[in-house]
Structures are given as C-alpha cells and as structure tokens.
Design a protein around this ligand. Structure first.
Ligand SMILES: [Zn+2]
Length: 365
C-alpha cells in the first residue's frame, strides 16, 4: 500500500489541526507516494530504531515524539536528530509522528491512561476554544434532506452525545443568472424566487474542507450560497488533559500504588497527601504542569502527569495531590493506540512494536 494511505488513516483519527502551535506532527521524512510494506511503532526514534526498522523490513516508523522538533538548520550528524533523519533517508525509511494532535482528542493518549485506570465519565479537562465552526447553507426544498444527510455523513451536527443536530427554517431565495449562467431553476436574465431551507449546523474546524466538498457534491445549484462562522464556544471533544472518575473511591496510598503498577513507574513523585479518598482523577500524558489550575478547578482529587518542577508541587496548595509518574511512563501506551488505529484499517500489513528502550531517564536507588 501507499504511505499516503497510512498517513490518511492516522490523520482521520487524530487530525493534524488539533496539534499545538509549537508542535511538528505529521510526515517528517518520506514521499507519501512510496509503497510501504511494514510499520514500526515507537514513542521516540533513536538511531537504533532505524536499524530495527531495516532489520524488520519496515519502511515507515510511526512515533509519538517528532524527531524534528526544534528546527534543523543542517544535517550535520553530530546532532542526534540530524543523525536519525539522515539515517532514515539513507535507508529509504519514512518517519511519521502524531504528537499533540493525538494528545488532544477523545480516544487519544489521555483516553489510554483513563482506560488503564478504569475511569468512567471521561471529559476533556481544558477544551479547545475555536475548535468549532457553524455552517449555514441555503438549499431548495427538494434537496434539503440529501444536503443535510451529506453534512451529517461528513461529520457535521454532533453536539455532546447527540448527532444529526441542525436547525432548519423556510424562506425564499432570489437570484438572477447572467448570460453565462446555467441555472438549475428559473431562466437566465430573469429574477427568480425559490422556496429554500436555511440549514444551520456546527462542525469541528478540522473537517471544513470535507464538509464543503460534501455540500457541493449534493447541492443542485450552479453557485451554492453558504456561510461559515467561527464560534467562541469551547469544543468539548478536543483539548488538553482529561478527567474521569473511579467507580468507587480509593485510599490515596492504594491509588498511588495502582498508578505505579499500571504505568510501570519506578518512582512516583507527589505533593503532600490530603488524607481524603480519591474519586475524581485529572490526568495529562507528557508535560502537564500548565494544567494544574484546571485540574484544581475541575475538582479533581489527584492530577497525574509528568515533568513537574520543584515549584510546581507548591501549586497543589492542599487542594489536590499532584503525582509525577514519568514522561515516558505516561505516554507509553500511545503505541498500543497506533496499533489499534492501523490494524482496524489495514488487515494485511505488518505492524511491529519497537523493542528499543528509548526512555532516557534512569533511576538509581
Ligand atoms: Zn511526550
């Protein structure tokens, strides 16, 4: 199959538009027209990972962390990232990364953490603002149903646990075609009144091009009248961090033991325990210190993340337990997610988990 098919499957699941502005997710090395026979999945790409791909006959490596993150000004192989990129190019191996775009979705990195801890009532902790748009399209009455359905099929009209949401009002449109027109109804050069439905619905901004394509394919008019509005609403299905609840409250120390075992953490650094049960859990795979205020605001009893600095622990202020489980540990299950996405879509394609240990942090007890 083509590399473009693998990229399309990953991006349909984790749209690149959800990545943070500082990120560099996407196809970093390779030609998406190339034929691929196997993929190697990992969190980080090291030089040894390229050797592993060569030995396995995998021609694409899918990683969580983008190997090109800080801009590369040259491919001088004294720089570890340049060394990896050059080696990949020499061996004709493509490199693809899904980083903050797969962090920021329901069903992404944080959902994997919730799944491992059996959390219920999952919600995004800090929803994206500007992730939603509104579409208004004017359709002759005869075509309102197919246009509405095409919009829903393209992903418009989802609000929380509801789908196929729209508002429809009837009115009439006026138009007059020029000499060069070919009107679907009426005659060119003559003003025409047509009964139309104004269909309004919302859609995730990342789906915009597909939504417009869907309308244009079904709408009968030569020139389709539609408006797209940016909304100030938060988009609850994408954003940073996540919250969930335990089925029954757990003792703080027991819960710390559970997360240590669930994530194979050698050590958990945590703020002062509060001598109260853990029920609501906030979490963020990777560096989540920026979400401490949101975790407290959401009423979570504990916030599980990584890369907390000394001063971050003061921010717990006896309101929450902060638990740093390790960066790699908090993101390790992302490769299981890549595996699920790819095996669901491609049945006869070799997919391997990398065995190269890439966690750069070691502990001495
Ligand atoms: Zn990370």
């Amino acid at each position: 199959m083509k590399l473009s098919e693998l990229v399309a499957a990953l991006e349909a699941y984790a749209p690149p538009g959800y990545q943070e502005s500082y990120d560099n997710s996407g196809l970093l090395v390779g030609d998406d027209r190339m034929e691929i026979h196997g993929a190697l999945l990992c969190i980080d790409i090291l030089s040894d990972t390229i050797d592993e791909a060569v030995n396995l006959g995998a021609d694409v490596i899918v990683s969580h962390h983008p190997v090109i993150f800080d801009p590369l000004r040259n491919l001088n192989e004294n720089n570890p990232a340049a060394r990896v990129v050059s080696k990949a190019i020499r061996n004709n191996i493509a490199l693809y990364s899904a980083h903050t775009n797969i962090d920021n979705i329901i069903g992404g990195v944080n959902s994997m953490l919730c799944l491992k801890l059996n959390l219920n009532r999952i919600r995004i902790l800090s929803p994206l603002s500007h992730g939603l748009k509104k579409l208004v399209v004017f359709v002759p009455v005869s075509h309102a149903d197919p246009v509405r359905q095409a919009l829903f099929d393209a992903g418009a009209g989802k609000i929380g646990s509801y789908d196929q949401c729209s508002y429809n009002s009837e009115g009439f449109g006026t138009f007059r075609g020029s000499e060069n027109s070919d009107p679907y109804v009426g005659e060119k050069g003559k003003i025409h009144h047509e009964k139309e439905i104004r269909i309004e619905t919302v859609f995730p901004a990342t789906l915009q091009s597909g939504i417009i394509k869907a309308i244009l394919e079904v709408h009968p008019y030569e020139e389709v009248a539609y408006d797209i509005y940016s909304l100030e609403n938060e988009y609850p299905l994408a954003g940073s961090g996540m919250t969930g609840e335990l089925e029954s409250p757990a003792d703080e120390k027991e819960f710390l033991r559970l997360i240590r075992d669930s994530f194979n953490s050698k050590v958990i650094r945590h703020s002062a325990l509060l001598n109260r049960p853990i029920k609501k859990v906030a979490l963020c795979g990777g560096s989540g210190a920026f979400l401490i205020p949101e975790a407290i605001g959401a009423g979570a009893d504990i916030f599980i993340t990584s890369d907390l600095k000394y001063h971050d622990f003061f921010k717990a202020s006896d309101k929450i337990v902060l638990a740093d489980i390790g960066h790699y540990e908090s993101e390790q299950y992302t490769i299981e997610l890549f595996y699920k996405i790819l095996t669901k879509k491609f049945h006869n394609f070799a997919i391997h988990f990398s065995k190269v240990i890439t966690n750069p942090i070691n502990y001495y007890f």
